[in-house]
Design a protein around this ligand. Structure first.
Ligand code: SAH
Length: 354
């Protein structure tokens, strides 16, 4: 983790402590005139006890807590929480500047996955995605990403095993902060890098940049179409990034990291679900270690796409399997709480669907 400049203790603009490593927290307590072992205590209170403020840390003297009370830990507050019938919980989290961001907790028998946001809003404007329609507001800081995981972990009272960067925002547009957050989730919260997935629509050069960090995370690419022409219609930013170049970057990522590529493909009835396109997709992925996740479209307001019928979905899957492409159909969880893929938009009213 890179060195973070630590600011004086009594200003509310001070760097939040969440996201700092044990060494950095130790340095910080020492700059405050405290002995080094207080750094370890602080580390445990932040990452294990879930302290929300330095004032909560009762092992510190009252007097010192009073001195540093304005240094933020950097936790959000739960603004709203919506539980879907499948147990998925969507959280609207309020950040220090009043912005709202979404995180989703997805429990299954053996896992607790958190779907995290990397930005408030998104600039990519994908035609089928509610977040894209709301536009971009700002990047999230590392602590604002880490906080989402801690919040879900505390609320479920269960360890988070997996993290997917598939919430609001484009993680590779905020790469430095995402890498810092991943490092902390791994080293300080104990989540394996292999259980973390970064999903991107693709930004030229950024997949290489991610590879240079030598993380063992899974890369997921939101491809959605096997041809440049069709892809550009669905994903406007693809116009500046030919599909061949995107796939070449992905191929190199697989070579460099030895990790299998996840290919996300939203299924839109009559748009990209024709079996001929499945055959083209298979040929684009030849020679790749990849796994295709087909995501049947989840309805959002202001878009008139439709989900294909189960028969059409099966026909698409059959072509891929026939071509020996590993494929799963991912029916999103959380539909009833508008927490499913593509439905995240912070400014929408909760409970207006399902
Ligand atoms: N910007 C990144 C991270 C967001 S992930 C990316 O595009 O990969 C969002 C995932 O949800 C993407 O795979 C996207 O295709 C999918 N998605 C978006 N809108 C959807 C919708 N309405 N129904 C189903 N999946 C959707």
């Amino acid at each position: 983790m890179s060195v973070i400049t630590l600011e004086p203790n009594t200003q509310s603009t001070a760097t939040p402590l969440l996201g700092l490593s044990l060494a950095e927290l130790t340095t910080w307590v020492q700059t405050q005139g405290q002995p080094a072992y207080r750094g370890k205590q602080l580390y445990q209170w932040i990452y294990q006890q879930g302290a929300k403020s330095l004032a909560d840390i009762t092992v510190f003297s009252k007097q010192w807590r009073e001195t540093v009370k304005d240094t933020p830990i950097g936790r959000s507050t739960i603004h709203h929480r919506a539980v879907a019938s499948d147990g998925t919980i969507k959280y609207l989290l309020k950040l220090h500047d009043g912005q709202i961001v979404e995180a989703v907790g997805i429990p299954t028998a053996k896992r607790l996955t958190v779907c995290v946001s990397s930005q408030v809003g998104c600039a990519m404007a994908c035609t089928f995605c509610a977040t894209g329609m709301g536009g971009f507001t700002r990047h999230l800081h590392p602590h604002e990403i880490i906080d989402q995981v801690l919040t879900v972990q505390e609320d479920f009272q269960e360890r988070v095993s997996h993290v997917v960067f598939m919430g609001m925002g484009e993680p590779l547009a905020n790469l430095a902060n995402v890498v810092k957050a991943v490092t902390c989730l791994n080293q300080d919260i104990g989540i394996s890098q292999r259980s973390i997935t970064i999903s991107t629509v693709g930004i030229p050069g950024k997949i290489y940049e991610l590879a240079e960090h030598e993380l063992q995370v899974t890369l997921a690419v939101s491809l959605h179409a096997p041809t440049q022409r069709l892809r550009t219609k669905l994903v406007p930013t693809a116009e500046h990034y030919p599909i061949e170049e995107l796939l070449a970057e992905c191929r190199d990522y697989v070579k460099i990291t030895g990790r299998r590529l996840s290919v996300e493909y939203i299924l839109l009835a009559g748009v990209n679900d024709n079996p001929k396109l499945a055959a083209e997709l298979a040929s684009q992925l030849r020679g790749f270690q990849s796994h295709v996740n087909l995501i049947p479209y989840n309805p959002i307001d202001d878009a008139d796409f439709e989900r294909p019928t189960p028969r059409d979905i099966k026909a698409f899957v059959d072509v891929l399997e026939h071509q020996h492409i590993a494929v799963s159909v991912r029916y999103s969880k959380g539909l009833g709480a508008t927490a499913a893929c593509g439905q995240l938009r912070a400014n929408r009213k909760l409970g207006d669907r399902g």
